[in-house]
Design a protein around this ligand. Structure first.
Ligand code: ADP
Length: 274
């Protein structure tokens, strides 16, 4: 049961008092509607694989089959249980991020080596179906939480692979812009030659469970929470997420870190020597 506390400021003028109260209630109703939507979405997302799993269990119980067939059914069951686990993992990450009152840690992250790791991850996921390129033009580092940033950035990388048909290419880049020798900002980007996203969907991509094509997202193992998680992580790091896309041609997701989070390589070296 959720309990709301209403705070009403009392003004000497009757009308103003009414106005404040109704604004509070509108906000509460909106929050409550969002909560209901979220619970409905989560229930639906969990129910689907559970129903499929139940169907497979019945098949195994009721239908005589040879060993090869039985193994195929067990594999499909494993896929569904993996999907549920992935969904619960993402929900826990999101809940932790939303409830975290503290700023992220200020570890210095070596992006150059992270980029090589992202390339490996993309290659593993692509399994030779795409060309994966790496363009690293700076050894600047960033300050932040290695775990959180890894979950946000690797999600952009896996999306690029998942939403790019076989034979396409994916470019991972790390670049910094300096003005008068001082970092102005640094950018991580993933550019793909995939299916692209129509302009009207772009502002909604970071909403929880928002997907352009539900079937496609599910089929490729998506939970619909990846970009919602990325948004929270990037917000906590004062980083911006910029999306450029042309349907049928491809997309480019850019994460721009502000100067305050960028550590030029020399400074990082000096800090570790001191
Ligand atoms: P999902 O698990 O569905 O991929 P995300 O939150 O990561 O969830 O992404 C939300 C939606 O944004 C996806 O369902 C997909 O429609 C769209 N999307 C994300 N990345 C790309 C991309 N690189 N190319 C095309 N569409 C994308």
């Amino acid at each position: 049961r959720t309990q709301f506390t209403l705070s009403v400021q009392i003004f000497p003028y009757g009308d103003q008092q009414k106005l404040l109260l109704s604004q509070d209630i509108t906000q509460l109703e909106r929050t409550e509607a969002m909560r209901r939507d979220f619970v409905a979405n989560v229930s639906h997302e969990i129910k689907t694989p559970l129903t499929v799993l139940g169907g497979f269990v019945e098949t195994l119980r009721d239908v005589p089959m040879d060993e090869a067939h039985r193994l195929r059914v067990l594999d499909m069951m494993l896929t569904q249980s993996d999907r549920m686990r992935h969904l619960v993992d993402d929900l826990l990450v999101l809940a932790r991020l939303e409830g975290d009152p503290y700023p992220p840690p200020e570890d210095v992250i070596d992006m150059k080596s992270m980029m090589a790791q992202y390339q490996n991850e993309a290659q593993a996921l692509s399994n030779g179906r795409h060309q994966i390129r790496l363009e690293v033009s700076t050894d600047s580092r960033v300050r932040g939480s290695p775990q959180e940033l890894h979950s946000a950035l690797s999600n952009l990388v896996s999306n690029a692979v998942r939403y790019t048909p076989d034979g396409g290419s994916i470019t991972l880049a790390w670049d910094a812009v300096f003005v008068d020798g001082q970092p102005s900002y640094a950018e991580f980007s993933v550019t793909d030659t995939g299916i692209g996203i129509a302009a009207e969907h772009i502002p909604r991509l970071t909403e929880r469970f928002y997907r352009v094509d539900r079937g496609r997202s599910r089929a490729s193992g998506g939970t619909g929470l990846g970009l919602a998680i990325a948004k929270h992580v990037l917000l906590r790091h004062q980083a911006e997420l910029l999306v450029h896309s042309t349907p049928g041609k491809g997309s480019r997701f850019v994460v721009r870190f502000p100067a305050a989070r960028v550590v030029p390589s020399d400074a990082a070296h000096a800090a570790s020597v001191v």
